[in-house]
Design a protein around this ligand. Sequence first.
Ligand code: CU
Length: 404
Amino acid sequence: MKEIKRRDFLKLAGATLVLAACSRGGGGSTEDQSGDQSPTGQPGAVSFNFRITEALVEMIDGTLVYSWVFEDTASGQPVLPGPVIQAEEGELISLTIENGLRENHSFLVPSAPGSPDVVDFGMIAPGEKVTKSFTAPSAGTYLYFDPLNAPVNRVLGLHGAMVVLPKTGNTPYSVPTPAVQQLFNDLGTTDHFPKHALSPAGWQRDRFRIWLMSQVDPAFNALAQSGVIINPADMRDNFLPRYFTINGKSGAFSSHDHSVVLSGRIGQPMLVRILNAGLFTHSNHLHANHFYVTSVNNVVRENVFNIDSFTISPLDRVDWLVPYIRPPDIAGDPDTPLRELIPNELALVIGGDIGVPQSPLVFPMHCHVEQSQTAAGGNYPQGTVTHFEFLGDIDGVDFPNAGG
Ligand SMILES: [Cu+2]
C-alpha cells in the first residue's frame, strides 16, 4: 500500500495541495497547464480522472493512519484531501471516478441549500469506472465527498475541494450581492483599503487559499483497514478525533506550508476558502486583521460580517476575504513604514540581546475550539494552526527575509 508522507509533501514545496492535472480544451484558463485536448476538444471544457483507493497517511507525530483517498490517475499519487477541481463558471467538466476499493463508493458535490446538487454519481461498484459531464456551477467554493454510509466514507478521507471562478467581474462570485460587490469595489480604492504600490487595485482571482478542515479518529480507520463495515451511528456517537488537520496537515506542517499559510503584502487582499469535511465544529480565528465573511454554503452574503473568528460546522463551506490592511493594533507611529518599526519596536523574538527581528511579520491563525489545537491526545499546538504573514509595506518595499 502506498504511503502519504508529510516529508514527501514538503519536498513538493508549495504543491502540497495538489491541483489535479486536468486536460483542457483551449481557452480561458487561469492555469498555465498545457494539458491535452479535452475529450470533446471544445474550448471551455476540462476533464479530471480520479481513482478511489487506500493509503497510509502520516500524521504529525509520525503515526501512519490507514485512509480511503482519491488519487489523480495521471500522477498515480494518492493524496489527502483529494485533488482540487478548478474550473470557470459555465465550463463543461468531464469527471471520471474509478472505484479501486472493495465496497460501493460514490461522489457528490452539493450546492446551496435548497438547490439541486452540482453532480451526484450514485453508486459506483467495486472495480467500476463512471464518467459524468456537468457544467461548472456559479462561482464559489464547493466540497466534494463520498456520501455513502455517511459520514463514514467521507471522514475516512474521501473528500476534497472544488473551486469555480467567475467569468467576469472583480469578486469571486458570478452574482455578488450589493454588499459583497461594494466591498470588492472598495479594495485598493479607499482610505481603509489602500492599494499596494506595485499591485493592481482589488482582489486578484489567483489570490486565494483553501483550508479544508478534517479530523482523524484512528480507531475507525483501523476498523476499515481490518475490513469491518463501520456503522455510521457508531462513528457519529463515538468519534474522538486525535488529529485535526487543514489540507491534511496540522501543527508545524500546516504552519510552514505555503499552500496553507496566508502570504502577501499590505494592500494585497486574499480570499480564504474554508471547508469542513469532518465531524468536528471549528471556529477559526485570525490575528492582525479582521476578515469579511463573503459566502456561506454557496450563498453570497447579504450582510457581510467583519469579525475575527467564525464557526464552521461539518460540511460547511465559508469564504473569508482577508483585507491585508496594516494591522491596526500594531505598535508605533502609523505613518512610519513597518519595515522601520520592525528592528526597533516589533518583537525582537529571536536571540534577545543579539536582536534578530521578526521578519517577515508573522501572526497566527488558530481554531478557538481548544481541543483542536492538539495532536495525539495532548500534543500542543500541533492541531489546526497556521500562519498569516506580511511580506512588505504598502509602498512596494519588502521586509528583510521576505522571500516570496
Ligand atoms: Cu489567538
